[in-house]
Design a protein around this ligand. Structure first.
Ligand SMILES: [Zn+2]
Length: 209
C-alpha cells in the first residue's frame, strides 16, 4: 500500500538533497520518480530542484491552480510513475493535498512531500497544515541553531540586517534572507527587533555566529 509522507524542517536542513537522493534511488532501480516544485521558487532556474551541494533534477511546476491528481494520472498513463516527489510542498493548497491523498489511496503511488513547517512568523503554511493533518508518515529533517539546539523556527532578515516580524508569508523577489534558529533565539531576536522598531534600542544589524 502506498503512503503519503511529509518531510518537514526549518530552512537549510537539506530537504532538496534528501528529495534528490530519493529520486536517484528510484532511478537506479529502473523506476520512475515524478518531481514537482513550486512555481514561486525563483532561487534557481524554473523547473529544476537544485540542492546546495550541487545536485539537480528537472521538475514539473505547480501553482495553486494545478490539478495535481490530473497531472500525475496523465503522466502515469504515458509511462508508469513509481513515486511522486514534491519540493516546496508548503505552497500546496488544501485541495491539492486532497488530490495527493487520492493518488496515494486510489492509484497506489507513494507521494513524498518536502517542505517547511512554519513561516518566518511561526505560522503554518497551508500545505504544511494539511500534510501534518493527513500524512501517513511525518519525518522531521533536523538542522541546528548557532547555539547547537534544534532549529525549528525561521527568521526573515531584512536588507538592513534586522529580523522582520510582520508582512506577507511569501515575499517574491525580496532581498531578505532566512536563518534557521531555535525557539529561544527566535523569540530573543524578534523581541530585540521590536525594541529597535520602537526606538528603545539602536538599530544595528544582527550577527548570528
Ligand atoms: Zn539557539
Amino acid at each position: 500500500m502506498a503512503q503519503l509522507y511529509f518531510y518537514y524542517s526549518a530552512m537549510n536542513a537539506g530537504k532538496s538533497t534528501s528529495l534528490l537522493q530519493s529520486s536517484y534511488n528510484y532511478n537506479e532501480r529502473g523506476m520512475r520518480a515524478l518531481i514537482f516544485t513550486a512555481e514561486i521558487d525563483t532561487r534557481f532556474a524554473q523547473g529544476k530542484v537544485v540542492s546546495r551541494i550541487g545536485l539537480s533534477a528537472d521538475a514539473l511546476l505547480f501553482s495553486p491552480q494545478t490539478n495535481m491528481a490530473e497531472v500525475i494520472k496523465k503522466e502515469n498513463n504515458n509511462q508508469k510513475v513509481h513515486c511522486v516527489l514534491i519540493d516546496e510542498c508548503q505552497f500546496l493548497t488544501k485541495q491539492q493535498v486532497e488530490q495527493l491523498c487520492d493518488i496515494v489511496d486510489n492509484v497506489d503511488i507513494p507521494v513524498l512531500c518536502y517542505g517547511l513547517r512554519t513561516d518566518f512568523s511561526g505560522e503554518l503554511f497551508s500545505g504544511s497544515q494539511y500534510l501534518l493533518a493527513w500524512s501517513d508518515k511525518l519525518v522531521e529533517l533536523k538542522t541546528v541553531c548557532w547555539c547547537g539546539r534544534k532549529a525549528g523556527r525561521v527568521l526573515r532578515i531584512g536588507s538592513d540586517g534586522i529580523p522582520v516580524y510582520e508582512g506577507a508569508q511569501v515575499d517574491i523577489g525580496g532581498n531578505e534572507k532566512y536563518i534557521s534558529v531555535c525557539r529561544k533565539h527566535y523569540m530573543e531576536a524578534i523581541n530585540k527587533a521590536k525594541l529597535m522598531a520602537n526606538g528603545q534600542l539602536p538599530k544595528v544589524p544582527f550577527h548570528f555566529n
